[in-house]
Design a protein around this ligand. Structure first.
Ligand code: SF4
Length: 221
């Protein structure tokens, strides 16, 4: 088993963990998976976005489905869309020698009902940005595009960088501890479950479940 320090974390898993640590455990430790309407909607949107082609956007050019990594934090993932906009003050120099600013755009099917920014979504884009900052050698911007209202919301990463950085790195540390223990966290008090695709998998297993203990007991039989 990899140690806490070296275990690679998928950016998508950070979002799952923030939404519900138990969901993260069921997915990452138990290998559980189930789809519901929200998951299928999201997958369909991402299939369309992830053409992998370079294209033009409102201002400059864009690429999709780029593999992302940040070696320092040992996190990785795949982008939805990365936009490169001509900007004489931009921190990224393109292959054409021009200066660009770089924006990560994540596509989501539905805008949150209780506000403009969903924290798990923002954290996902911030983790992508941390990869982009290293890969492109500049400070990248982040945005979420909500398909149902066709609206793009810019993330406040310049003004709230420290807050998001502490949050993301703290979550990653907690996730590594849980993965190392191999224990699926119990259901949190007050956890909102409607919309979770794993509800049918999770509810019958609401007691603490440990893969390690389960295997030990199987070997002892
Ligand atoms: S059903 Fe609720 S507690 Fe269980 S994984 Fe989903 S969100 Fe978490």
């Amino acid at each position: 088993m990899k140690s806490c320090e070296t275990r690679q974390i998928n950016i998508r898993a950070i979002q799952h963990f923030l939404y519900c640590p138990r969901r993260f455990g069921l997915l990452e430790i138990n290998g559980d998976w189930a789809e519901n309407v929200a998951v299928v909607k999201g997958n369909l949107i991402h299939e369309r976005v992830h053409s992998g082609e370079k294209g033009s956007c409102r201002n400059g050019y864009s690429v999709t489905a780029v593999s992302l990594f940040n070696d320092e934090l040992d996190i990785y993932g795949v982008s939805d869309c990365i936009e490169f906009s001509p900007d004489k003050n931009g921190g990224y120099t393109g292959e054409d020698g021009e200066k660009y600013s770089v924006t990560f755009v994540e596509y989501k099917p539905t805008r949150p009902k209780d506000g403009e920014i969903s924290l798990p979504d923002a954290v996902q884009v911030f983790a992508q940005k941390l990869c982009g900052d290293k890969m492109f050698g500049c400070s990248c911007k982040g945005a979420i595009y909500y398909a149902d209202v066709r609206k793009r919301i810019m993330m406040p990463f310049d003004s709230e960088y420290d807050r998001y950085y502490e949050l993301v790195t703290g979550l990653i540390s907690q996730m590594r501890v849980i993965l190392d223990r191999g224990e699926i966290p119990p259901r949190k008090k007050g956890q909102k479950c409607s919309g979770c695709s794993l509800e049918n998998v999770c509810i019958p297993k609401c007691d603490n479940f440990s893969v390690r203990e389960n295997i030990r007991s199987m070997l002892a039989e």
